[in-house]
Design a protein around this ligand. Sequence first.
Ligand code: SF4
Ligand code: SF4
Length: 457
Amino acid sequence: MNSIHQTCLTRRNAIGGAFAAGLCLGADRVFAAGDTFSDASRPRLRPLPTDGKTPIPLLGVGCAEKFPLRTRAGGGGKEADQRHAAEIIDFALKHGVIWLDTGYGYHGGQSEPFLGRTLKKYPRESFILSTKMPTWMVKKPEDGPRIFEDQLKRCQVDYFDFYLLHSVSNKSDFERVYEKMGVLDYLIEQKKKGRIRHLGMSYHGKSDFLDEVLTKYEGLFECCMMLLNAMEFTWNKDGPNLPKVAVKHHVGVLAMEPLAGGRAAGMRGEALDILKKVHPNDSAGRWGIRFAASQPGVMTVFSGMGKLEYLKENIETLSENFKPLTEEETKTYQEAMAVFMKNPSIPCTGCAYCVPCPYGVKIPQIFAWYNEWAQGGRLPSDKEGDKNDSQDLRRRFLASYYNKFKAQERADRCLACRKCQVPCPQWTFRISTEMAKVADLVAHVEEVYVKKGGVIR
Ligand code: SF4
Ligand code: SF4
């Protein structure tokens, strides 16, 4: 019997009450006396495809950059942020969202130690913990074991439920790190020792290589994390093939970035109106989460959930009452997304694997700033008669940029060294190329603004 499955049957005694009931539902439904959960208060369970019965919650907590470990969630400082993040974990665990996914480099290396400290008070069997081998950081054979041992220490555990090869994207890196350097053999050995319960990968490459690697190692990888959102599917036409390949190999699909780093949740104007006509009360975020969970073979959707209200909405969306998008709803969502994306943006998810830039350029922040202006249809234009041909708009655009970024952090400081490109999992764009475009745009807007009589102080 699988470890998590065993957990379900034994854990109720260890913890008791409604909390235990949050985990043990679905095929192996176990209710505790006085269970107060309603159907909408815990995520639906789906079975692990490799055994067809281990119950896995449809919603998981992604502890990467959108997780509120830093002040961006309005926490007001390191300690307050950590308290806020811990509250989110506590709430999640109480409501059956028991899979926490982290990575070695998340939050500049702070995510794993934070989870270690926060999860210490919970019995080890009461949560599912996954982390990943940072493929790009493995330069020599000893790096794999060193990093893995470090991760166990940081997380204060003696095993990982799921352990993923991080950001697999092409054959040469896979062969170099996992085959020639022996890191995959090492991880298989850790699995035999019970220090890893299930192996998987997070994948950012093309579907034919995924098929190749899953065929070669048939049965070894039990889950595969991939970008599943409607924006990604617009940029990357091969994207919808990835979950189908995983299903072909009986590998559970883990949806990452269901809201494209939060951008899909920010849909507004004409695009949002299209969605509101169908479901007036549903947010764009709810549509995005439903879209991700409706793709073939999805076992778990991971979301960063920087606020408790997002977690609550996602639990409700992916609860026992979850309904996949119908064909009609899918068309509606894609139509709205097409309208939303009329204004081209940069497909950066904000994962921050690329930082720090040795020259100080604020890479994810600059792209997020640019996307906000682009997707809101507010980029200044100098075409006569265009609604955005306005000095007021140029002034606001420039002020926003110069107030947000110090001189040494701006796009024009990029020297195209490409150091950031290696860890970036998004192969559909080049960071330095996009950075140059942002720098050129700002320079051009400034030139036009000044030419038309504007003053830069
Ligand atoms: S390419 Fe540009 S943004 Fe990337 S690390 Fe080099 S200087 Fe920084
Ligand atoms: S540029 Fe790439 S690595 Fe950096 S935040 Fe964006 S997607 Fe992530």
